[in-house]
Design a protein. Structure first.
Length: 360
């Protein structure tokens, strides 16, 4: 029998060539992607806690979206700030002089953020700095000079321009324009973009006519747009996400970490994210049990003021997920380090761990 040929043509169907791949086409695309990843491997954004990075939580690659999920006042912003500092150190260590960290905050004014940075450098309390009661102002001035050399660009509002009517509103489309302006003005490409946080972003004018559905639609669209931003700027995007007040995916009341579908407003958060990290400060839910032993399943621990649980909720690419770590926060320097459950039992041991974390 002779070779039978199809009578079908692709007329009017050409756009489907972008979603239907012959074996050789698939292999060629995979070859090109592997070569691309090989050249970009050094650009992977490292996780800031080595014990969790070796789980492994693989470095975030250009184009990926990572969600940091937590309920209100459970250290979402603090964790992202800590990660931001580590990435700035990574860029310096790798001599990536034409790149920078872009940190978007729609809640904290620039001055508030900088007071926090000065506090981390000097050890002075934020309220001392912000109210003008610090004794050693030379130390504060030196801190501002040091901070000025760290490659972190901040997209936020400032008290300096609070009375100007032309200050743009920071919905996501304008955030992208601000990033573009920095690139054209200073030649700095984003190595990573932080957004603190998703539900706090102002409504895009295009969505203001949707009434009660406006916020849900905005959150959904912003998640999609962040994926596009990650691809457009060839860098990861790390976004803080507010978890629901009542968690459906959490476990025991003494291990109350948000689950994959606990992001407030829309399931698109879980569906579109490449990675998800969950946070929980036990003292926020169980403040009356501070310094007391509690039991979570087969595990027990002591609730400490600075105990933070960090959980890897989701990782694409067949990487592991589901494990949680107890971590110690050094509030003074905003540093976080992994600990063991047994470390929480003795106050002296926990204090030593906290001090060690702050010294890093």
């Amino acid at each position: 029998m002779g070779e039978q040929k199809s009578n079908y043509t692709t007329d009017g169907l050409r756009e489907f060539q972008t979603v239907a791949f012959a074996p050789q086409d698939a292999a060629n695309i995979a070859h090109d992607k592997v070569k691309e990843l090989q050249t970009m491997a050094h650009k992977g954004i490292e996780f800031p806690i080595p014990e969790i990075a070796s789980y492994p939580f693989a470095p975030l690659l250009p184009g990926q979206l990572c969600v940091v999920l937590a309920q209100s006042s459970n250290y979402k912003s603090g964790f992202m700030d800590f990660w931001k500092d580590n990435i700035a150190d990574q860029l310096d260590r790798q001599s990536r002089d034409n790149e920078a960290v872009f940190y978007v905050s729609v809640e904290d004014m620039l001055e508030e953020q900088m007071f926090f940075e000065i506090s981390k450098e000097t050890g002075f309390a934020v309220d001392e700095i912000s109210t003008g009661h610090t004794d050693d102002w030379n130390k504060v001035i030196d801190a501002t000079l040091k901070i000025g050399g760290v490659q972190v660009y901040r997209i936020c509002n400032s008290l300096k321009y609070s009375d100007r009517p032309d200050v743009p509103e920071l919905y996501l489309a304008n955030v992208a324009k601000a990033i573009e302006m920095v690139y054209k003005r200073d030649g700095k490409k984003p190595a990573v973009i932080f957004v603190d946080y998703l539900q706090a972003l102002p409504l895009d004018p295009d969505h203001k006519g949707y009434g009660s559905d406006a916020r849900r639609l905005q959150v959904r669209e912003d998640i999609y747009e962040m994926r596009r931003m990650a691809a457009r700027y060839a860098c990861p995007v790390i976004v803080g996400v507010q978890a629901k007040q009542e968690l459906g995916g959490a476990g025991d009341e003494f291990m109350y970490i948000p689950g994959m579908y606990d992001g407030e407003e829309t399931s698109s958060i879980a569906q579109r994210a490449d990675r998800m990290v969950g946070l929980w400060l036990p003292k926020q839910k169980h403040g009356s049990k501070l310094n007391k032993t509690v039991k979570a399943g087969d595990t027990s621990y002591v609730i400490r003021d600075n105990l933070l649980f960090v959980k890897i909720i989701k990782q694409r690419g067949r990487l592991p997920a589901g494990k949680s770590w107890p971590c110690a926060i050094n509030y003074q320097r905003n540093r976080i380090g992994a600990a063991q459950f047994n470390d929480t039992y003795l106050g002296k041991v926990w204090q030593e761990i906290t001090e060690k974390v702050g010294a890093k």
